[in-house]
Design a protein around this ligand. Structure first.
Ligand code: ZN
Length: 167
């Protein structure tokens, strides 16, 4: 059914605790964390490591604007290709966007080419609900899982475990 995953919205954790919600090109409630510079460096390193991890598992990661206007990230299951819009680096949300797409990658692995839900034991926070409630049925569950993971304090470790487990 959902053969093309499009993610036009992303939720980022800034400074490790304050959820900043970003939709389309407009940032809502954006806040600079106290350790902004330090965590940015760490985020950059984790972004590169996750990018490599995805490549190792057969996913191409292109740092190019996705075909879908307004989207920060897209995963196309049929070609196992992820597009990450370069603007996410300026916005400081590159890591959560890649983690989000990384969850979709694990879903593709779990579905063996199709997209399957991962039956996670975590719920997405209410702040993220507007982003996936616009989807319906199966697609809603797929997106809810990606948002649930990307806002966890240990989101980076979790997506690594999901890739390990399913890919
Ligand atoms: Zn998504």
């Amino acid at each position: 059914m959902a053969n093309r995953i499009i993610c036009a919205a992303a939720v980022a954790l800034v400074g490790g605790s304050v959820p900043a919600i970003v939709a389309g090109s407009e940032a809502i409630g954006w806040a600079e964390g106290e350790n902004g510079r330090e965590s940015a460096t760490n985020s950059e390193l984790q972004f590169e490591q996750l990018q490599q991890e995805l490549k190792n598992r057969g996913f191409a990661v292109k740092l190019e604007p996705p075909a879908q206007q307004g989207a920060y990230g897209i995963l196309e299951p049929s070609t196992r290709t992820i597009w990450i819009h370069p603007v996410v680096f300026e916005l400081g949300i590159a890591l959560p966007v890649l983690i989000h797409e990384g969850v979709h990658a694990a879903q593709v692995c779990a579905g063996d080419g199709m997209v399957a839900t991962l039956q996670l034991d975590i719920e997405p926070p209410n702040a993220t609900r507007p982003f996936f409630l616009r989807y319906h049925s199966y697609r809603r569950t797929i997106e809810a899982e990606a948002y649930a993971v990307q806002v966890q304090p240990d989101a980076y470790e979790r997506v690594g475990q999901l890739l390990e487990q399913h890919c």
